[in-house]
Design a binder for this molecule. Structure first.
Ligand code: SAM
Ligand code: SF4
Length: 341
């Protein structure tokens, strides 16, 4: 793999959509495959991409470098399960060496984390988010479609902390399933000095059919936590999905809510997504996507690829707020595992 990257062209204008939003963060799905079967994410009979449909690490690195030259500074690797992609540390290493990129994070189900974390940290990974939707082993298995994975995932979470990585937990809250554990998760954050991010259940085409009554709002989540802990803060940084709270008197650890449904943040969204098959997805909540893989594989110049990305990003739709305002049904959006969360 090449280790030489051209210096980004300062003349490249920022990547801006038709609403004036500027892309600063790139989410990369490195695979659509997963060893888990979370019903809110994956249909019961998923269709997998073929091996030659996946972008190679060299292709992903090239796209990231091009996006870096247009103002993207932060990258998150996701999937499917990103740690199923062999030698992921090689991609981390080549992406962290792009001068414009200041941070590379990873979102994982944690199953293979303990085995790989040292290599990932050594390659320059900045942060790991482990998804954990229950602290009760049997319920955890039921949510994720696994058997006995819980302890391994907890060990993975610990291994990331031991490796000195910033570590967070993602917990998707669904009514009637795990909302009774909200305070237990807050205790995990309080005692473990880590951040637990509670995510509102979003409407993707998973085996578990979405409807609005299953959504537990960020407001309800925080009010439950306040019954047991004193919280401070409640700010959301521009471009961030998370509204962050601290525990009074504690320097470390906190809880966040990601209120994509009840209080969407599309108006200052600064994300662009790259699917594992080389499709640019300007918005999680729309079905539009734009092919750049054929350009990458037919010898197009960086400039031509950049133009294709600009055209795609310019078509980024207003966001979930506009769907809700128009009364449109929130359904039939692709399964989450193909986009990259
Ligand atoms: N497999 C990895 C994992 O589970 O962390 C990474 C991919 S997963 C698609 C990325 C994130 O999306 C996870 O935190 C997952 O819990 C979240 N997610 C999946 N489906 C969701 C849904 N319908 N609503 C909200 N979050 C969802
Ligand atoms: Fe796999 Fe993550 Fe989707 Fe669960 S949420 S099925 S772990 S990709």
């Amino acid at each position: 793999m090449s280790t030489q990257f051209p210096v980004p062209q300062a003349s490249e204008a920022p990547l801006t959509d038709s609403f004036g939003r500027v892309a600063r963060k790139l989410r990369i799905s490195v695979t659509d495959r997963c060893n888990f079967r979370c019903g809110f994410c994956m249909p019961s009979a998923p269709l997998w991409l073929g091996a030659n449909e996946l972008l190679t690490f060299e292709e992903i690195t090239r796209v990231t470098r091009i996006l870096g030259s247009m103002g993207v500074t932060k990258v998150r690797l996701s999937g499917g399960e990103p740690l199923l992609r062999p030698a992921l540390e090689e991609l981390v290493s080549s992406v962290t060496r792009i001068p414009a990129i200041s941070e590379v994070g990873l979102t994982t189900n944690g199953m293979f984390l303990a085995k790989q974390v040292r290599k990932l940290a050594g390659a320059g990974l900045s942060e790991v988010t482990v998804s954990l939707h229950s602290l009760k082993p049997e319920r955890y298995d039921a949510i994720t479609g696994t058997k006995g994975a819980f302890e391994t995932v907890l060990a993975g979470l610990d291994s990331a902390k031991d490796a000195g990585l910033r570590t967070k937990v993602n917990c998707v809250v669904t009514r009637g399933c795990n909302e009774d554990e909200i305070c237990d998760f807050a205790r995990l954050a309080y005692e473990g000095g880590l951040t637990v991010r509670f995510i509102e259940y979003m409407p993707f085409d998973g085996a578990k059919p979405w409807n609005s009554t299953l959504v537990v709002s960020g407001e309800e989540i925080i009010s439950k936590i306040r019954s047991a802990f004193e919280l401070e803060g409640g700010e959301r940084a521009p471009g961030s999905t998370a509204t962050n709270f601290r525990f009074r008197g504690k320097r470390e650890g906190g809880v966040s809510t990601i209120t994509s449904i009840t209080k969407p943040f599309c108006s200052d969204c600064d994300r662009i997504r790259l699917k594992a098959n080389g499709m640019i997805v300007p918005c999680l909540f729309s079905n539009s996507e734009f092919d750049i893989r054929s350009g990458l594989r037919s010898g197009e110049s960086d400039e031509r690829i950049a133009q294709s990305v600009r055209r795609a990003f310019n078509l980024k739709f207003a966001g979930v707020e506009s769907l809700i305002r128009s009364g449109a049904a929130l359904r039939n959006i692709r399964p989450m595992h193909v986009i990259g969360g």
